[in-house]
Each structure stands twice: as C-alpha cells, then as structure tokens.
Design a protein around this ligand. Structure first.
Ligand code: SF4
Length: 449
C-alpha cells in the first residue's frame, strides 16, 4: 500500500518495511505502463502450441542437435524452425536457451547452431557463459541476447556489467528480495525478467552438481533429475541395506528439499515496479501443468493490467494450480522478512497431484479415410482425442478453456479410429467421441487421479 506522504510503507502480511516514497514514485511513473510478457517453457513443439493457445506471449525452448543437450525435452533443428514460424504467425516470440557452461567441445560445436538460430530469426538467445556470449555476438549478431538465471545476477553492478556486454534482458536470481529488486530496477536500463512460478533450487540456480554426481545428468545441461527432493539416510559402509535415519525433526530430514515458487498473489507488486517478463519454470513438465499454469497467470496479468485497484485472486486460479503436479507452494525469498522464508524447505518428498492429464484434443487425421469429421449415421461432429491416461466410460473429464473456463463432462460411448466401440482406452491411443460442446485442437483435458 502506498501513502502520499514522504515515505512509502509497504505492508507485507506480518511485517512491514520502509523505502523512500520519491524513489518508488519515480519508478511507478516510469514503469507502470509496462505490461509484462508471460514467458512459458516449451519442451516440445506440442508444448509450444499449448503454451501459445493458453496465453503465453513467448516461449523458451532448447535445441538438441548441437551436442550440448541430448534430452528428449528439446527441439531438433526442424522443430525449432517450426516453433519459430508458429510463434511469429501468432505475433508471439521464441527464445532459445543456450545457457550451458560450455566445455571446449561445446564451444567448437556452437557456431553453426548459433548461426542457424540467426538464420531462422529466433527472438532471443538465452546465455549464461561469457564464452557463449562472445560466440553469440559473433555468430548471431542480429539476435538479442538474454542472460539466464544461471548467471546468478544478484546486484545492480552486475546488471550494469552485463548491460555493457550487450545483454538485452536479464533474468534476475530467484534469491533476491523485493527490496533488492527495487534497487536493481532503479539502475537497470535493460529489460528485467523474474521467475514467478515453478520448482526452486536449494542452491543458486545452476551451481549444483548433485544430479551430475548421482545420476550422471548435469543441471548445467538442463538435465537435472532433482535429487535434492529425495529423502536421505545414513549407511555405514560395512552394513549395506541398513538405513539409519537422519532426524532433522520428528518428520525426518529433507535438508535439500525446496517447495515450489508461486508468486500469483504478488504479480501486482512486480508489475508496479516495471518487470518486463514473468517466467514460468518447467521445460520438463507435462501439458496439464503448462496449460493450467499459463492460463492462470495470463488471466491474472490481464486482470491486474485492466484494473489494478480492483485486482483480486480468483478461486479458479488457485484451484487450477492445486490440480497440477506440484510441491507445496512458497513465495520463495522475495519477501524474506516473512515467515514464509523459513518454510521454504519441504518436509516430504511427494508431489501433490489430485488430477492428471486425460488426453489432448487433436485435429482429425486427414489422411485416413476412416476418420471423418462427421458421423455418417447422425451427422454429429467427432472430437478426436489422443489419450494420455487410461479412460473408461463414466469418467469425469475437464476440458480446459483458453479463457479460464472449464467444461466438465462425463465420458460416454467412444470408438477407436476405425469405428470400433471400446470399453477402455489406453494411453498413447486415439479415440473419437461425440460431445455436446465445442472443442479446439490441442485443448488439454484433465481427470481426477
Ligand atoms: S538437484 Fe535440486 S538444487 Fe540441484 S540443480 Fe537440481 S533442482 Fe537445483
């Protein structure tokens, strides 16, 4: 809340702190008309489509054919070009992550990839290694460079340093408090981006070798398997199989284990100080997570933008965020004067998940004569669904709308693509059904677990 006298007093739930009103006022005047970009993860072409459908302004994706990354949750050359075309045809943007801390072999492989990114005209390249930045400046000079959170930018001088290196946008470290964000905002002449949702590291992002040691999958190559979430015990060398508990408290010890970030209710404050982009974490997350989180933040940003004074959280948003696979939520370290900061470590390893992905609506396969748009018997339209969970008649399905609405229906009779009536549909098969409401291609469907 802002008073009009000399000081601005910002109340943060159980605590309060003061900053000079004049400084905040100047920031507000300068930045209040910046509508932040909603930036979503896209681990595949399908997820690109889903992110855009549900309201992302931009997506970030990795490439996999340049010897830096090998995980399936990335796009090959052709898919990157297609994602770029898709983004631009919708008036949206594609950024490509090249945020590896390059080894010599990486550095040798990178020029052709960077040149390719320039050729297909991606909207930004996300880097963290100064060596990669040098290469990108040389091989993709026309593409704006964004600094990854893995560069751990925590202060205004670092911002100035990266600004001088030609960086267009910086993703600030998740470890900053709101006061520190303000300090940085005052001096930054480039775009600032912050994470608003998703998993958090217990270390500074990217400065962690747990996954590399325990699973041979390096966080620095975007392959983290999150061993920080596991439960650890003590084993004496000569007594294998005997696990001695380490007790942090009566519930056990999960010393590395963070809750998930969720800044939904604080978007307004971040918009007031002029953050250019709100980023959602999770390139390896599934379609249900992506659709639910993106549509929630889309609506929240739009609603705050239209009427900041009347902004209220919508129950539906919280419901959506609760229904995806997640760990208990925290507002992280942004308001580190709050009790929440002490509760950032979660004391169980399990993810909360009340719902799961039932399927995705697909365009009718055009090349198969047996997959008509209409039923020849009664002329009703078929809806084609790619099944992702085991489905049976009588199950309740939720079709997620783009505008935040959800259409609930009970699954009736359904057929395979050859017209055979099925008692059960298995994951990775297709079915067709008659529905009494409209759907759209790539619409995400959830069901209770
Ligand atoms: S193991 Fe945990 S702390 Fe380490 S990089 Fe992965 S998510 Fe972050």
């Amino acid at each position: 809340m802002i008073s009009t006298d000399t000081w601005c007093i910002c109340q943060i739930d159980d605590g309060s702190w003061r900053i000079a009103w004049q400084e905040v006022y100047a920031l507000i005047v300068e930045y209040q008309r910046i509508k932040p970009e909603l930036l979503a993860p896209a681990g595949s072409l399908e997820k690109c489509r889903i992110a855009f459908l549900y309201g992302a302004d931009a997506v970030y994706a990795g490439g996999k054919d340049y010897n830096l990354r090998s995980h399936a949750n990335n796009l090959d050359f052709e898919e990157l070009a297609e994602a770029c075309y898709l983004a631009h045809s919708l008036g949206k943007k594609l950024y490509v992550t090249v945020n590896v801390f390059g080894r010599e072999a990486d550095i040798r492989a990178l020029p052709s990839f960077l040149q390719y990114l320039q050729d297909i005209r991606v909207d930004g390249i996300i880097v963290s290694d100064p060596g990669v930045l040098l290469l990108a400046n040389h091989w993709a000079p026309d593409i704006p460079l964004h600094l990854s959170t893995q560069a751990n930018t925590t202060n205004s001088l670092s911002v100035q340093f990266w600004q001088n290196q030609g960086i267009r946008r910086i993703n600030l470290a998740r470890e900053l408090s709101f006061e520190e964000l303000l300090e940085v905002r005052k001096v930054a002449e480039i775009e600032l981006e912050v994470f608003v949702h998703g998993a958090m590291c217990i270390s500074y992002s990217g400065r962690c070798l747990l996954s590399a040691f325990l699973n041979n999958r390096s966080a620095n190559h975007g392959l983290c398997t999150q061993p920080c979430r596991w439960s650890y015990s003590l084993v004496e060398e000569k007594r294998p199989g005997q696990y001695f508990p380490i007790r942090e408290d009566s519930r056990g010890s999960y010393i590395f284990n963070s809750k998930d970030l969720c800044l939904l209710e604080h978007l307004g404050r971040l918009m007031t100080i002029g953050i250019h982009a709100f980023k959602i974490e999770g390139r390896m997350k599934g379609a249900l997570y992506l659709a639910s989180v993106v549509r929630t933040y889309r609506q929240a940003i739009d609603r705050y933008w239209e009427a900041p004074g009347a902004f209220e959280l919508d129950e539906k948003w919280e419901e959506d965020l609760e229904r995806v696979s997640h760990r208990p939520y925290t507002r992280g370290l942004l308001f580190n004067d709050s009790i929440d900061a002490c509760q950032g470590v979660e004391v169980s390893t399990g993810y909360l998940q009340s719902h799961t992905l039932a399927g995705i609506v697909r365009p009718a396969p055009q090349t198969r004569w047996e997959t008509p748009l209409f039923s020849p018997d009664d002329g009703k339209v078929w809806t084609y669904i790619e099944v992702r969970s085991r489905l049976t008649s009588g199950m309740e399905l939720h079709f997620l709308g783009k505008n935040g609405s959800t259409t609930v229906c009970v699954l009736g009779d359904f057929q395979d693509l050859s017209g055979n009536h099925l008692p059960v549909a298995h994951p990775n098969t297709w079915i067709r059904v008659h529905l009494t409401f409209g759907t759209f291609p790539y619409q995400v469907i959830r069901t209770a677990r």
